[in-house]
Design a protein around this ligand. Structure first.
Ligand code: NAP
Length: 324
């Protein structure tokens, strides 16, 4: 197996592609030839040792993969060689092939490309979990999405639109705002130049927005909190800016606002069945054309360092994948 190895925590440029023996196949396993491995912001933090979880060294990063089954264990009944599947593997995804438990290999609908299949799950499940389970959003509400041209933000635009919300997308570049418009944002804000608070209030009809979806944090987070109307809810999703916002409590008290944490990973680990049902539902929505995950930009596996660097330095519009 050819894989991207992290032997010491440090900049992505330290990663090395090496050929090592493939792991043996267990009775209940399948081997998947990886066609695309999804890159997430977290991967860039993991290899630097900056994420809350530090894997033992050395390790192969990469949580999301899509590809074809090339070998099945003798006890596997419901998967076959040649089948297209996607899987969340935790670690080890930046590789030419992976060995996983058969039940974790999800059949991919025909209409979905390998790139989409390798990039939708973390971003879409986080958005679904946040908007449905945590916020209990209802059709007609106004949703402001920060970092709306990034992976998690763009999925929230798509999921929000599919739930009948009015989506306002804030992003720093025209390309990112354009891709968010393409996923159904009704209005966009230039977060690098415009006054996000005033513009969001104005776009939502004067009173403010019902929901803020924030994967960015920092100063942008606080400005967005101020754009919430009475009983509005601020969803804490992530801190891609590198800065955890200190939200002023008076701004929460005023207008009876609410701040809601979103930890999809923890919930998915605790309630695997519910997460699995949500995943199946998202896939069915994609198949019916109700959700439209973006086609990612592709990098060769050997350029994993460049993919992670571009992601960390906000140069990725939408999503990206490594192609072995
Ligand atoms: N809560 C959960 O369950 C959960 C699940 C998955 C991911 N996350 C978190 O969500 C965050 C976003 O992940 P992602 O995969 O969507 O990342 P991404 O695709 O890189 O998007 C992040 C966006 O943040 C914005 N940003 C602002 N300042 C930035 C800076 N200094 N560096 C980098 N980006 C900056 C950028 O948008 P502009 O250029 O438009 O400002 C960028 O497009 C991460 O912190 C991740 O850990 C949370």
């Amino acid at each position: 197996v050819r894989a991207v190895w992290c032997s010491a925590f440090g900049p992505p440029e330290q990663l090395r592609v090496e050929e090592r023996p493939s792991p043996a196949l267990g009775d209940h396993d399948v081997r998947v030839a990886v066609a695309a491995a999804g890159v997430n912001f977290v991967d860039g933090l993991l290899v630097q040792g900056l994420y809350q979880i530090k894997p033992p060294l050395p390790f192969v990063p990469g949580n999301e993969v899509a590809g074809r089954i090339v070998e099945v264990g003798p006890a596997v009944e419901d998967r076959r060689v040649g089948q297209r599947v996607a899987a969340s593997v935790g670690l080890g995804g930046f590789a030419s092939d992976v060995v996983i438990r058969a039940h974790r290999a999800l059949p991919v609908p025909d209409g979905m490309t390998d790139g989409q299949a390798a990039t939708f799950s973390q971003s879409y499940l986080t958005a679904r979990f946040a908007l449905q389970h945590r916020a209990r959003a209802t059709a007609g509400q106004w949703l402001l999405v920060l970092g709306a041209g990034g992976g998690v933000g763009l999925a929230a635009v798509d999921v929000g639109r599919s739930m009948g919300l009015h989506v306002i997308a804030a992003a720093s570049s025209e390309a990112k705002r354009e891709i968010a418009r393409g996923r159904g944002a009704e209005a966009v804000i230039d977060s690098s130049g415009e006054d996000v608070t005033a513009r969001a209030r104005e776009l939502a009809g004067g009173d403010g927005v019902d929901l803020v979806y924030d994967p960015v944090g920092g100063a942008q987070g606080e400005r967005a909190l101020r754009a919430l109307r009475e009983d509005g809810q601020y969803l804490v999703v992530g801190f891609a800016s590198g800065e955890i916002p200190k939200l002023p409590a008076n701004q929460v008290l005023l207008r009876n606002r609410r701040v809601t944490g979103v930890d999809w990973g923890a919930w998915a680990g605790r309630d695997r069945q519910a997460n699995h049902e949500m995943l199946a539902d998202v896939l069915a929505c994609v198949e019916r054309g109700e959700l439209r995950p973006v086609e990612p930009m592709a990098y060769p596996l050997a350029e994993a360092h460049r993919a992670l660097r571009d992601q960390l330095e906000r140069r990725v519009t939408g999503k990206s994948v490594l192609v072995p």
